[in-house]
Design a protein around this ligand. Structure first.
Ligand SMILES: Cc1cc2nc3c(=O)[nH]c(=O)nc-3n(C[C@H](O)[C@H](O)[C@H](O)COP(=O)(O)OP(=O)(O)OC[C@H]3O[C@@H](n4cnc5c(N)ncnc54)[C@H](O)[C@@H]3O)c2cc1C
Length: 485
């Protein structure tokens, strides 16, 4: 597809944020140009196809409390959304525990002696909580006791982030951990079901994977006169007097400078600032200080019809490197090329350049097959194929300085009158698709002069796991953090 020389609105990135922003612009009669560096739409929520097996970048549940988001999903895929019953457990010490943690099955699995030690440690934490509550380790220990924290939270969280829990901010825990405290886990277990549990029991999912939604969104944009161009990467962004004038776009056929009236950018905030020309000076230090966690998924096609009933399993066991295992068949059987097989997505959290990331695809396939066998999911000789997908910057990291740097960059980008940053990495928010979509919507509306602000879209409003925390407890965030964090 040929790139134009000029557009009123240039959207960088065809993930949920960029595509939602473009749809909103189309709704108001504009014809936006969306450029996407990759060769498929959907961003981290895309679905790739390997020899007929469709694979997500980690399973993507569709769940939102926001009516605008759910209405758009329904409008884009009126006949292709299925309701999936959620089952996810924790693999720990050769057994399975429910997730979110439930007290009674957990204590049964651990045995009487360990259970008494856990209760004693919990009571100790209630009597003498860690103050101030700064780190993830402090936050969890205060609510569950030090011993349960070590058994269930520390290993998995350190696998995910690759840094000690003492260096992760407490606000991340406050956002992400459903279940809240040992007390509420006990009450939840006794009542068997809470309002919160009911909410998270099922989720929606497109028959052909999350990418199906974004393929439908791109088609809708094209039908409305917009353009979505793949393999087109935004490079240098030329600015003058607080305005973006043009963007240099690299394609396999060369590069083109596109003049633009306004830009909505869902590329990582750090990359955006690096690309600004002339160079912004002081803001660069904050851009370069933002950190990310990368991710890879090795999907194994296994010659076995049924392996386990869960959608996914968290792997706490420290003897393997895999962090989580998706069973795609249990999301939608239509994802598989052959119904007599099972595809397991072995998820590894890593950093570009570390020993795991640096392994070749064949070695990663062997590692994943070995670990699936160690966990008892299959025999290594049942693995027919393995395919690897690498995802850079999958997770924005909340380290102890990130808030300061994000605030600095927020004020800095506000200095441009025709620029909005949107989405997960555009705002450096550990979010879900619905938050990204709402930020895209708000960014488009703000540029159209209709109000809204992507930086103000509240994670609590859009994200059901955060909702659990917001409704059930009021953790006191470390000073300097906004209450929703
Ligand atoms: C393992 C995992 C599981 C998840 N599970 C869920 C879930 O169950 N439910 C849920 O709601 N959310 C889930 N998420 C979160 C979800 O993936 C994100 O919230 C969502 O994809 C973010 O959308 P986005 O458009 O903001 O960003 P992205 O998806 O990152 O899209 C940004 C796009 O911009 C493109 N881009 C970047 N730089 C450039 C450039 N210079 N030029 C052109 N294009 C560029 C990228 O290629 C990408 O396509 C999960 C995330 C991960 C990592």
């Amino acid at each position: 597809m040929t790139l134009p020389e000029h557009t009123d609105f240039l959207v960088i990135g065809a993930g949920p944020a960029g595509l939602t922003a473009a749809l909103e612009l189309c709704r108001h009669g504009y014809r936006p140009l969306v450029i996407e560096a990759g060769d498929t739409v959907g961003g981290i929520a895309r679905t790739e196809n390997h020899q007929g097996n469709r694979v997500d970048i980690g399973g993507h549940r569709y769940y939102s409390k926001d009516p605008a988001v759910t209405a758009l999903w329904h409008d884009l895929l009126p006949h292709d959304m299925r309701t999936v019953r959620r089952l996810s457990r924790i693999h720990y010490r050769s057994g399975f525990l429910p997730y979110p943690l439930e007290l009674l099955p957990t204590l049964r699995h651990l045995g009487l002696r360990e259970s008494i030690a856990i209760l004693a440690s919990y009571l100790g934490a209630r009597l003498r909580p860690i103050r101030p509550e700064v780190s993830f380790a402090d936050w969890v220990s205060n609510r569950f006791g030090r011993r349960l924290y070590r058994a269930f939270f520390q290993t998995y969280t350190e696998k995910v982030w690759g840094i000690p829990c003492s260096e992760i901010r407490a606000d991340w825990a406050a956002q992400r951990i459903p279940g809240l405290s040992l007390t509420s886990a006990v009450l939840g277990s006794l009542r068997r079901a809470t309002k919160v549990r009911t909410l998270t029991r099922t989720f929606a999912y497109p028959n052909l994977g999350p990418g199906q939604m974004w393929e439908a969104a791109a088609d809708r944009i094209a039908k409305n006169g917009g353009q979505v161009v793949l393999r087109a990467e935004a490079g240098r962004i030329l600015t003058r007097d607080g305005r973006i004038e043009s963007v240099v776009v690299k394609t396999p056929h060369g590069q083109r400078t596109i003049r633009t009236g306004a830009v909505l950018s869902s590329q990582p905030l750090s990359a955006l600032v690096e690309h600004l020309t002339p160079s912004p000076g002081p803001a660069l230090a904050s851009a370069r200080a933002l950190k990310y966690r990368d991710f890879l998924i090795v999907t194994l096609e296994i010659a076995r019809e049924h392996i386990f009933p869960d959608n996914w399993i968290y792997i706490h066991s420290p003897e393997v490197q895999v962090g989580r295992v998706q069973n795609f068949k249990n999301w939608s059987a239509a994802l598989l090329a052959d119904s007599r097989t099972t595809t397991l997505g072995m998820e590894y959290f890593c950093n570009v350049g570390d020993p795991l990331w640096s392994l070749g695809n064949a070695e990663l396939g062997h590692l994943a097959a070995r670990e699936a066998a160690t966990l008892g999911f299959c025999r290594a000789d049942e693995v027919r194929h393995a395919f690897v997908i690498r995802q850079r910057k999958a997770y924005p990291v909340y380290d102890e300085h990130y808030r300061h740097h994000v605030d600095t960059l927020h004020s800095f980008v506000r200095g441009f009158t025709n620029l909005e940053t949107i989405g997960r990495n555009g705002l450096h928010r550990y979010n879900n698709m619905d938050h990204s979509m709402l930020s895209g919507l708000a960014g488009a509306r703000r540029l159209l002069g209709l109000g809204g602000d992507p930086w103000e879209v509240n994670l609590e409003r859009s994200n059901y796991e955060e909702q659990v925390v917001a409704h059930s407890s009021k953790p006191v965030p470390p000073s300097g953090l906004p209450p929703q964090q």
